[in-house]
Design a protein around this ligand. Sequence first.
Ligand SMILES: [Zn+2]
Length: 312
Amino acid sequence: MAAKNVLPSIDAWLAPRASVNRSAASGLGRGRLSPIVTAAAIRIPERVSSQLALVFPTQSPALFVHEGARQALERRLKAACPGRPVILSITDNRHSIISHSTRHGVLHARVHHMFLDAPPRVVEALARYVARGDRKASMLVGQYIDASGSRLARRRPRAIPLVAKGKHHDLLAIFSELNERYFDGGCHALITWGRKAGRKAVEGKATARKTIKLGSYAHLERLIRIHPVLDKPWVPRYFVEYVVYHEMLHHMIPTARGSVRASTSNLASAKGQLARRVLHPPEFLERERHFRKYERALDWERRHIGRLLRAS
Ligand SMILES: [Zn+2]
């Protein structure tokens, strides 16, 4: 463990008022700080892997800390501060990775969750740093923080809150029924109402919207989005079903080109029928006709496309 002087210092990551208590310096044997925190002991939602499986309000990122892992790390700190009570809090604070202060003789340490599954030598260095302000330890810890940069990245794209229950139509109920009836429960896509689009682009223009995307399917997220204009009392359930069914087919029938982009399908427009034929392979169109109210749905769309466009 050759700590060179060029190693990044931890200083940049510290909380502004972090105080280093040097009084606790002692002849602590480093060998006592052995690893007992394992990666398997914690469950922390990661930016990339979570996709949409973990959905939480954007303002309050969920931090699932296994209490055992926290206590294990707290014991490491206590071992480095003999005779002094230590309270460890785990945070998700990107701006203050490590902070600690002593209040009424108690060392309060707050560290980012990245340290819960850090390698033993990093945990050891963290304890030495917090206990004694050890400079070499600070460099090692700083290096680890730099290497863990991805965990500090902002959660973008953010987990999308899925809203399936509309005012008039419940997408999840529709999805589940269709899944049983047509796919033997084998469709594992997610579904949500799309967000209401702002009208800025349309307002102030004499021309009305000409097309509307009633549904879309994003392969990467396995997510079906249904246009909120369909959540109206005058839109019959079978039509919403039809749009949902169509997008479920996109999940079940991979595109020939293996595109991971959202399919821009289901274009309802004056040329909607033509667009449909161009954008979908024969197998897709064949299976789409299995929808029991297929003709009725297309007919309803023809008669109401104007109203849909105006309402969107
Ligand atoms: Zn489509």
